[in-house]
Design a protein around this ligand. Structure first.
Ligand code: SF4
Length: 100
């Protein structure tokens, strides 16, 4: 499933790829570093929003291809916590997981 996960800086801190003190830095520098690391695929300068990288399959960077579970479930971004709005995913599973 090809979806975009839009993250704020604090999501990146929670995931553990950005130190909370780094949030004081120019977010463009953070974005560049995370793009090189393959974590972020796009950065919206105007709103300081990061788009989480996807693999060629369209899977999220943090989705385990074999188990289809989120590898950062306890630290997942807010957008994943809120999706879907009314019924959350089974614990450990991706909120955006395509139904079989
Ligand atoms: S729940 Fe995990 S695997 Fe799914 S989109 Fe969010 S971070 Fe990626």
């Amino acid at each position: 499933m090809r979806t975009h996960k839009i993250l704020h800086g604090w999501d990146l801190v929670r995931i553990g790829v950005v130190d909370e003190f780094e949030l004081d830095e120019d977010p463009r520098q953070i974005a560049k570093r995370l793009q090189r690391a393959g974590v972020v695929e796009h950065f919206n300068h105007r709103y300081a929003l990061f788009t989480l990288a996807r693999r060629a399959s369209g899977d999220c960077h943090y989705l385990n291809a074999k188990t289809r579970r989120c590898t950062v479930y306890e630290r997942r971004p807010d957008t994943c916590r809120k999706h879907p709005e009314t019924l959350g995913p089974r614990p450990g599973h991706c909120a955006y997981r395509q139904k079989a």
